[in-house]
Design a protein around this ligand. Structure first.
Ligand SMILES: Cc1cc2nc3c(=O)[nH]c(=O)nc-3n(C[C@H](O)[C@H](O)[C@H](O)COP(=O)(O)O)c2cc1C
Length: 292
């Protein structure tokens, strides 16, 4: 993934367009900023699909979109942690590139209406948000599941629906009720082994305490819809991951879904309700359990 910065007025760098070298953590000037560049800085995210396609074939594109959504989420959280006004997330573009952008307005310089609201994270929380290695034993409590589902659906936009698969004693799928605060069951029965099979056979998912699921991309979705839902899902799962950590949960994104027609599995017409992204959740990390 490549990042370019479009710097407007009121930043610590002179206005212009800059490239970013992640190995040296340095920016280099590429040229003038485009006419009409707003104040603040816009980070544009680009991908080079070639390498991912040679590794993952036709599954590369969804993964690249999810990854880019996660990168947008990381920038969003970093901007919030630095005290910037609510960053603007641009995930709806039609152009081939950039795939996504995050626009940051500097504190005290400009004021824009809030796009999303979330408690500002601390730098420590951001550094702490790492993917835990499997396994993920321990079912999260209701409070934590409510918070994770709330965070994901708030950040996830209108195209996606969110639910979580939980195991015994009341195995099934749960989701937020329309009031946005209580949990309700949307399906009964153990879903985790099926999720593990759909996630390219990653067996540890069958044992995860819970699995947050983003669903909603139909087979006949057009390219902008596919792009938007995957970018949004990556973005929202990234924020939900931070929420999970705040509630003491271990978490790991799951993006390699194959033939994961959740709608059809629940009795609806096929091809309408594919799983787009997921987040495995657990309470006790295996290492802690082993040393307990
Ligand atoms: C879009 C996306 C999909 C992922 N899918 C899987 C997966 O299917 N299985 C898995 O074990 N880890 C998966 N991961 C976890 C990554 O391997 C892990 O996040 C990566 O090593 C970076 O770690 P970090 O989250 O600590 O920064 C996924 C991560 C992302 C961002």
């Amino acid at each position: 993934m490549d990042t370019a910065l479009v710097v407007g007025a009121g930043c610590s760098l002179p206005p212009g367009r800059y490239g970013y070298d992640p190995r040296r953590h340095r920016v280099h000037r590429l040229g003038r900023q485009p006419a009409g560049t707003p104040p603040g800085v816009t980070a544009e995210l680009y991908v080079t699909a070639r390498r991912t396609v040679s590794h993952y074939g036709h599954r590369a594109w969804p993964l690249l979109l999810l990854d880019t959504g996660h990168a947008a989420g990381a920038l969003f959280l970093a901007a919030r942690a630095l005290g910037c006004h609510e960053p603007e997330i641009l995930l709806e573009g039609m152009a081939e590139s950039p795939l996504a952008a995050v626009r940051v307005f500097l504190p005290g310089r400009t004021h824009r209406p809030q796009v999303l609201s979330a408690d500002a994270p601390t730098p420590e929380e951001i550094l702490d948000r790492r993917s835990a290695p499997p396994p993920f034993p321990g079912t999260p409590n209701e409070r934590a599941l409510r918070a994770v589902l709330g965070s994901a659906s708030h950040a996830g936009g209108g195209d996606l629906r969110w639910c979580a698969a939980v195991g015994p004693p009341r195995s099934g799928l749960i989701e937020l009720a329309p009031d946005g605060t209580t949990l309700r069951r949307c399906a009964a029965g153990e879903a985790r082994p099926t999720l593990a099979a759909w996630a390219a056979g990653q067996g540890w998912i069958a044992e995860a305490g819970a699995v947050l699921i983003a669903r909603g991309c139909p087979t006949d979705a057009d390219a902008p819809h596919i792009r938007r839902t995957h970018l949004r899902a990556g973005f929202a799962v990234h924020l939900a991951h931070l929420t999970a950590r705040r509630h003491g949960l271990a978490a790991r994104p799951v993006g390699s879904w194959q033939q994961a027609d959740l709608g059809a599995a629940l009795g609806a017409p096929p091809g309408q309700d594919w799983i787009v992204h997921g987040l495995a959740l657990g309470t006790i990390h295996a290492e802690e359990e082993n040393t307990a």
